[in-house]
Design a protein around this ligand. Structure first.
Ligand code: GDP
Length: 290
């Protein structure tokens, strides 16, 4: 079998070569799980569970082990609700995360994703500090067929752009509001204050349906640490994990839900506008384990 790439590469390539379950298999499986970023705790507890099951069914067939692992992964993922709450009119979604994780791209992809379901979308370019950020997000939004509310002058208060975006949606009957926010790490305190203000101001007009934190799968645990301020104080309701196409670290997905207690709602698997999907534990487990 030709080796596979992407987030399921490690486990799927392992199961492509194992002929019978023996001690080497367990060592290889442990190494593959650690390599795929399941983290030591999840790896240990899943391996103990799998050993017990393999003994109970007294099997030496690696296909049984692969199926058990796939079921265990799915069961762990299914402990969280991946449903996007977009039934408010308008449904206001804040997109947060540190720069470089794929926030801009995700906004364009998300506008396209909901647009495919016939929902109208407006994007608020509320990362007003950098003119380039405004233009980038506007380009992506327009490509997705979404309306855009831009700052009226450089450096306009992000909260006022967010407010105008929600106002636009209410005035025009636009169903979904996506608000881009700043992600400059070196101004952490200021960033959280800015985000708090955006939320307060928006909530004068409409409730906030979702606060989605974008995380880059290739940065693993480091990325989660960098995003800690958002997790602690931004009221995050869902995670978007990007760059799963370029990473063999699909275990990150299990780990990040367990560690943050926040459900993954969307996954990004490429740089094109159509490369964003809803998160489905069954499909993901199949992709990760084979
Ligand atoms: P931002 O700074 O967080 O707004 O990040 P951008 O949206 O500008 O993305 C940063 C880089 O990551 C760009 O080169 C994107 O094309 C790339 N990128 C974003 N999402 C994905 C993804 O799911 N897969 C891959 N391979 N690249 C991605």
């Amino acid at each position: 079998m030709a080796p596979v790439a992407g987030f399921g590469a490690r486990l799927r390539n392992l199961f492509g070569t194992v002929r019978t379950i023996d001690e080497d298999t367990w060592d290889d499986l442990e190494a593959a799980m650690i390599g795929a970023d399941f983290g030591p705790d999840i790896t240990e507890s899943m391996l103990a569970d799998l050993r017990e099951k393999v003994d109970r069914y007294s099997t030496t067939d690696p296909r049984d082990l692969q199926r058990m692992l796939r079921e265990d992964v799915e069961e762990r993922l299914a402990g969280f609700d991946p449903t996007l709450k977009l039934s408010d009119r308008p449904a206001v979604v804040l997109i947060v995360g540190v720069n470089g994780v794929g926030k801009t791209t995700t906004i364009g992809k998300f506008a396209k994703f909901v647009g495919n379901y016939g929902r109208s979308v407006v994007v608020g370019a509320a990362d007003t500090f950098r003119a380039a950020a405004v233009e980038q997000v506007a380009t992506w939004a327009e490509r997705a067929g979404a309306a855009v509310v831009r700052p009226q002058h450089p450096g306009q208060d992000p909260a006022s752009v967010a407010y105008q975006t929600v106002e636009y949606a209410q005035r025009t009957g636009t169903e979904i509001v996506l608000i881009d926010t700043a992600g400059r790490l070196h101004t952490k305190g200021g960033l959280m204050d800015e985000l708090g203000k955006v939320k307060r101001v928006v909530e004068k007009l409409a409730p906030i349906a979702e606060v989605l934190l974008v995380l880059d799968a290739t940065t693993g645990q480091n990325g989660v640490m960098q995003a800690q301020a958002f997790i602690e104080s931004a009221g995050v309701t869902g995670l978007v994990v990007t760059k799963l196409d370029g990473s063999a670290k699909g275990g990150f997905v299990l780990r990040v839900q367990d560690e943050t207690g926040i459900p993954i709602k969307l996954i990004g698997q490429g740089e094109r506008i159509q490369d964003l999907t809803g998160f489905t534990p069954h499909v993901f487990a199949q992709g990760l384990v084979g």
